[in-house]
Ligand binder design. Sequence first.
Ligand SMILES: Nc1ncnc2c1ncn2[C@@H]1O[C@H](COP(=O)(O)OP(=O)(O)O)[C@@H](O)[C@H]1O
Ligand SMILES: [Mg+2]
Length: 224
Amino acid sequence: MVLAESVVVEVPGRRIADGLDLRLAAGECVALMGPSGSGKTTVLNTLAGLVRPDSGTVDICGERVSDAPPDRSAAVRMSRIGMVFQFGELMPELSVLENIALPAAFASHPDATERATRLLDLVGLAGYEQRAPEELSGGEAQRAAIARALVCGPRLVLADEPTGALDEANARRITGLLVDVCRENRAALLVATHDPEVAAAMDRTLLLRDGLLVPRPDTAGRSR
Ligand SMILES: Nc1ncnc2c1ncn2[C@@H]1O[C@H](COP(=O)(O)OP(=O)(O)O)[C@@H](O)[C@H]1O
Ligand SMILES: [Mg+2]
């Protein structure tokens, strides 16, 4: 599903990844932890093909994105990867339904609206189709963002602190939703988080330390 080997990523003055390896299986849910500034977002962006590693390789569903031309890595991103950001990042001028349908429309799925409607229902937002994003609570916006991330049937979901702006109850709900949907669809899930409760809901936790991903056995395993 996801295979990253010997990945090196440098930003000006710093080496974020220093020979990092990662392997994610289909249906596997994994937490990515590390202090602020340790490089979690950069790692997610590298897996998404948005950041090109200085060396090493990233393969998504057997396709090499780390040295693909931008249009090719964009195509892999669009067809294989769903991304969820900390604040949802919905487009303010589009309705909730249009936001969710957007990736499917870009990918020219003829049933973009039907898919989006189905996913809205799945995340508990049926009836919110015509609302503006600004009319949603933080938890609702995150659920919409999850629906948008799933609309193209991704094999990999990358979530960057998706519960960072939510209260505990909503954080738990969003986490459960992400895990359930990814398991059901046999998608791999990688969630960057600071929240031990989020991490505890995953199959295992990886810690970004000194540019490498190291297992955290003490926090691995589902607690719920
Ligand atoms: N394009 C960039 N140019 C310069 N510095 C960057 C760039 N992207 C990230 N950084 C730096 O790399 C470090 C890791 O950032 P980030 O991946 O956002 O960490 P995290 O998500 O763990 O907080 C930070 O010090 C950040 O300022
Ligand atoms: Mg970050």
